[in-house]
Design a protein around this ligand. Sequence first.
Ligand SMILES: [Zn+2]
Length: 422
Amino acid sequence: MDRPCFKICRSIENHVPPKVNEFDDTDVEPEAYETNNTMLEAFYDSCVELDTSDLSSLCDFVESFVNDLLEECRKALPYQNTLPLMENCIGVDSAFEGWHTQKLSKPFAVLVPLLPPKGHSFQIESSDSEGGPSKHGHILVEMECVCKRERLLGDVVCFLHHPEQELSEDKQGAFLLHVLCTSSHLDAEKTVHWFQSMVGKAWNNLHHKYNLELTPQPSSTTCRLKLAFPSGRSILVDIILGVQQGDSLVFLVSHYGKSDGAKGTIWLKTFAIQELLFFKWVSQRAPERSCHLKCLQILIYFKESSPSSKNPVLTSYHYKTCLMHLLLLRPLSDWGPENIATRLQEILLYLHTALRKKYLEHFLIGNISLPIQIPMPQVLRSAEPLNLFEHLAVDPNLHAEAMKESMEVVERVRALCSEHDK
Ligand SMILES: [Zn+2]
């Protein structure tokens, strides 16, 4: 006999659109749900869980460690600096949103906002203002006149009006425009490379403070560090460089998630801060021991451990997007721990429906139901929604691959439950 709880999985497999009442818990015997819930909880405990207090102390450690590195990097900048300045880091993505999983070696990601040095400005060029929200942007570096400050305080040189003036410090004080730019635009790869070498030097001055081994990992779009602790445990840390778009908390970054990363002067737009704030907003309002993060962790665990996990078409971001949409579609009170089996399948169903339509809306761009507490520029809030599956709509092979990947996860969920039946 089919387990009632797996109606949604079943309709996904048979390509039958689920009936409206399949979102309704009331027509199923409570025992069936209880069994599935217990089974999912047990699976979560044994395979997925990273102890939450453990995760949050690791997050704290990563942020303070990176801030220490940044402080050391700042010390290395010359007095008459013309290279970007670094603000303290902000932890983003899975670990800091609370859905990191123990068994996967996903990096802890931190965003480091870059600021223009004195006498320079960063102008973001992207197509937001012309209607279509873009996923990329350029960063134009311009020199500003600081003659007045040069006259009054003498702590800067206006290179706009005294370009012949040599910098007094060593070669590190090279011009931003010469070293990190390509035709007046900040070059992501050059900037990452510069930062990587600075971190290497900073670690030389700092390693005596930490009982760990730091190994930089090769990447042209992020500063990825492997930290190995005496306990034998090791973690990856991605330091992502970004420039803030005005005062919007939207960033142009060198790297994000599993996407290709920035190339040359093309930087990626990210809403990482908005997503982080959304997960905080949810956790403040959801029931105690809410199941929303667990659902995502279990699905990501299945996704990453499935046969197609090497170069998947469907990313964690797609699963996370489905979850974020569902968190607004249902009252948050429905996300109690007793509903884990149903909510988990709803995420799969949401993904499956989006795959069939080849249409998955970006959660933040053009989402008028986004809570007002999440800071988004009005122009993006009211923009045309962005389809994250656009590439699937134009490439049937890619679409077929994505369908296959999603079915593998559905199968894993089903298999887990039938195992329990035996
Ligand atoms: Zn000037």
